[in-house]
Design a protein around this ligand. Structure first.
Ligand code: PMP
Length: 313
């Protein structure tokens, strides 16, 4: 490809994988992290934003200047804002109140219009997903639909998974990630299970989310509040394939946030709270002593989304 036709979108993905030199010291197997916070839009969601928009373009669903609408914890919104900037679309993001004001400020400066919804459960008409769906229908906007769009899983099967395999070889003991839509763990999990025999796929889930219990039993238990953003749910997301997940580890806000600060200060990895949760789970898996190879955990987003959060200080 010539430099003339290259855009910033070509820099999405092919992120580094590095070992945790200090935090992972003394464990039976090394722990590696995949630095998705180094994507151009600052998170792993750039991958699915590109995949979803390009898929819709190929299907002829997007006219020039079209308006995209998405229900987002913020990161998919940032990825879509990147797509919108480069390809000339408008963007509307529907985001629950719970998400940081840093994300609101970032999305607004990127020109996205914001709808902030109450933190309502999935059956409420004011739940962020229901509001985004309604807006798409009434306004004629294109719902990028990260929670149902198969291009979400495909992006991880075709890019994130293969990149991990190329970096690590076929000997991967375990892969650890949280789940918001479930796209990452389902897509990477399916790919690695095909090509890295014996790999264990591990879900890192916030205490208060129903996903860990559901993944292990198929039952939906009671949910509770938690402060981590972007992972966990009060109902299983459509794209999360529980048959891909071998084990679920519950992580408290306190443990996740403490680990996030350690990743920043001890490893120079400038990441957000879900990365801390993934690494807490990864260290537990690595310490279990029955793995055939290293552990790989996902660092999903950047710390700049949380500058006003007291847990970062
Ligand atoms: N971490 C953060 C911070 C996120 O915003 C998300 C996506 N909501 C995830 C992890 C989980 O990714 P996925 O949607 O692929 O499950």
């Amino acid at each position: 490809m010539t430099t003339k036709t290259r855009t910033i979108l070509d820099e999405i993905g092919h992120t580094p994988i590095v070992p945790l030199k200090r935090i992972g010291k003394g464990l039976p197997v090394p722990v590696y992290v995949k630095c998705e916070h180094l994507n151009p839009g600052g998170s792993i969601k750039d991958r699915i934003a590109r995949a979803i928009v390009e898929d819709a373009e190929k299907r002829g669903q997007l006219k020039p200047g079209a308006t995209l609408v998405e229900a987002t914890a913020g990161n998919t919104g940032m990825g879509l804002a990147l797509m919108a900037a480069v390809r000339g679309y408008e963007l509307v993001c529907v985001m629950p109140e719970k998400m940081s004001v840093d994300k609101r400020a970032a999305l607004s400066s990127l020109g996205a219009r914001l709808h902030i919804t109450p933190n309502d459960p999935p059956d409420s008409p004011d739940n962020f997903r229901n509001v985004a769906e309604r807006l798409a229908k009434t306004e004629g906007w294109f719902l990028t639909d990260q929670f149902r769009n198969p291009a979400n899983i495909r992006a991880h099967e075709e890019t994130t998974g293969p990149e991990i395999l190329v970096s690590m070889g076929r000997k991967i003991g375990a892969f650890v990630a949280g789940a918001g839509t479930g796209g990452t763990i389902t897509g990477v999990g399916r790919y690695l299970k095909r090509l890295a025999p014996g790999v264990r796929i591990v879900l890192a889930d916030p205490r208060g989310s129903v996903l860990a219990h559901w993944v292990e039993t198929g039952e939906i238990g009671p949910d509770g509040p938690y402060r981590m953003e972007g992972i966990g749910a009060s109902r299983p997301p459509e794209l999360l394939d529980r048959t891909v997940v071998d084990e679920a580890i519950t992580v408290s806000d306190e443990d996740a946030f403490l680990m996030t600060r350690r990743l920043i200060r001890e490893e120079g990895l400038f990441v957000g709270g879900s990365s801390g949760a993934a690494v807490v789970a990864a260290l537990r898996v690595a310490a279990s002593g029955d793995l055939q190879g290293p552990v790989v955990a996902i660092l999903a987003d950047s710390w700049d989304r949380y500058f006003t959060r007291e847990w970062l200080r």
